[in-house]
Design a protein around this ligand. Sequence first.
Ligand code: ADP
Ligand code: ADP
Length: 227
Amino acid sequence: PVLLSVEDVSKEYPDGNVRALDGVSFEITTGEYAAIMGPSGSGKSTLLSILGTLDRPTSGTLTFEGAVVDEKTDLDELRSRAIGFVFQSFYLLPTLTALENIQVPMFGRGMTVAERVAKAHELIEAVGMADRSKHLPKQLSVGQRQRIAIARSLANDPRLLLADEPTGNLDTVTAAGILELFEQLHTEREMTLITVTHSEEVAHAAQRVIRMRDGRIESDQSNLAMN
Ligand code: ADP
Ligand code: ADP
């Protein structure tokens, strides 16, 4: 089934004289793993923001799980329950332990402490960090922090994970570990993943590569034949 689609989406910023996006259309199927690539300024971040409903298109339509996203959509609900975000910087809270950071999105969701802690343990295990649960962010390596941030992004069982340069700050070996984790989320949890990246390694790991140029899709290719 189709998880999300964009149809003829364009974006003009109020003060911009360029079209950041110019008639972009594609569909993402549930369980798909897609990479968005392209030169700087080609519209990747703008596209990811629109997919995550952090920004709205000037024209065109975003549809998520069959429902058009519009003025009537409860965006807080959609963002916090359905969509997980992973960024290049992790924004972990420095005074909270790894396990506590993972629980942050679960607050205000009517969960008991026991439920929250159990869920956080499950997630910290899933990202291979169970032995670091009591560490503060500063006591973790950069790659370990990214793992905790990924666990946190999964706190509310999103159906879609959006990542913006998730390996951008990481050395090659650490980046490879994060890629393995994404692969695992994709195969074992059937997570739908869309990641913006400059990395050919990430693009190779994904099933599909959407290349942007000047706000348009330049190419949209399946990797399945290659992998
Ligand atoms: P990428 O992520 O591929 O580097 P962006 O989506 O950030 O590309 O930018 C696409 C185009 O939109 C660029 O020309 C950029 O200068 C412009 N742009 C991005 N954000 C804004 C903004 N807030 N206001 C005006 N122009 C913007
Ligand atoms: P706010 O700054 O209050 O979050 P926005 O400017 O992001 O408001 O959105 C204004 C209206 O546009 C909201 O009612 C919202 O439901 C709607 N909206 C937000 N994102 C999208 C989208 N991707 N497609 C269509 N409508 C959207």
